[in-house]
Write a protein that binds this ligand. Structure first.
Ligand SMILES: Nc1nc(=O)c2c([nH]1)NC[C@@H]1CN(c3ccc(C(=O)N[C@@H](CCC(=O)O)C(=O)O)cc3)C=[N+]21
Length: 292
């Protein structure tokens, strides 16, 4: 069998075109959605992502602001910047690029972002809302994966979903979204005893470990849908996922490529979340009557 390739780039373009349309509608009410991206330090990979996010905002008509801070800034200075953005009426969404340098307490920084502006969905309030079935912001990567499965008509109702990697930003929220969609969810981690025995049960397999080539074709059930969240740069500078694409695509029914799979969807869903934050602001916004 040769898997069909799930085109995340094409779907992300469609999602962003829809966002652009809704942004134009919102602008007729006088509201422009605004995203602030805070980048601490000069990690080259982070620079690329931040540039891509700003470009995507511009193209869809959102206002974006990149706040660049020195790597040696104190945690308190970073918290002050976050407070200012919380109070800034032009900003609907705040994203602090992770990982933060050195000894900074990223949990403390994330908990300082106003939950209503936490378009990453990483704040404990948003994690709790998601877990209890009334999400405000869904974390962008798992949200994008749900969109991809929906667009491929993959039903999760009663399906076996196996997730490899239990991070707060991908694995755990992914499990919550798939559970809510009716899947029986298995969440594996680095201690899982026989990983292949778990992954071979999956109708839908999500791999988010940060280890290139971790999942190979022999670990996949024939015909399964395989979602590769990994973005690793190998020795010759090429981007590769956490799944060994060559062997996996011989067994899977459908698979996401790297690049051009999950990554572009993550950015598209960031725009969706920012738009929705602005739409909620519009719903609460009551301009003073003319003449008063
Ligand atoms: N607070 C926070 N929120 C994030 O969402 C966040 C973050 N921190 N830190 C870093 C990671 C990484 N991330 C990516 C998004 C898109 C692509 C993407 O579009 N990738 C392209 C390739 C880009 C390239 O060529 O390098 C693709 O897969 O096709 C990659 C990586 C968001 N992150």
């Amino acid at each position: 069998m040769t898997a069909s390739i799930i085109d995340g780039k094409a779907l992300s373009d469609a999602v962003k075109a829809d966002v652009a349309k809704r942004v134009q509608e919102l602008k007729t009410t006088g509201i422009v959605p605004g995203l602030a991206v805070v980048l601490v330090g000069e990690d080259p990979a982070s620079q690329v992502y931040v540039r891509n996010k700003a470009a995507a905002c511009e193209k869809a008509g959102l206002h974006s602001r990149v706040v660049r801070l020195d790597a040696d800034i104190s945690e308190q200075e970073l918290l002050d910047v976050v407070h200012q953005l919380n109070d800034d009426d032009e900003i609907d969404g705040i994203l602090v690029q992770l990982p933060l340098p050195r000894d900074m307490d990223s949990a403390r920084v994330i908990e300082t972002i106003a939950a209503a502006k936490d378009v990453d969905g990483f704040h404990i309030s948003n994690a709790g809302l998601l877990m209890t079935g009334r999400p405000l912001f869904r974390p962008c990567t798992p949200y994008g994966i749900m969109k991809m499965l929906e667009s491929e008509n993959v039903s999760l109702w009663g399906a076996e979903a196996v997730i490899v990697g239990a991070s707060n930003i991908v694995g755990k929220p992914m499990a919550m979204l798939m559970l809510a969609a009716g899947a029986t969810v298995t969440l594996c981690n680095s201690k899982t005893r026989d990983l292949g025995a778990q992954t071979r049960r999956a109708d839908v397999l999500v791999v988010a470990t940060g280890k290139p080539g971790m999942v190979t074709g022999d670990m996949i059930k024939p015909g399964a849908v395989v979602i590769d969240v990994g973005i690793n740069r190998n020795d010759d500078g090429k981007l590769v996922g956490d799944v060994d694409f060559a062997s996996a695509s011989q067994v899977a029914g459908a698979i996401t490529p790297v690049p051009g799979g999950v990554g572009p969807m993550t950015i598209a869903m960031l725009l969706v979340n920012t738009l929705e934050a602005a739409e909620r602001r519009a719903a609460h916004h009551h301009p003073a009557p003319v003449g008063l």
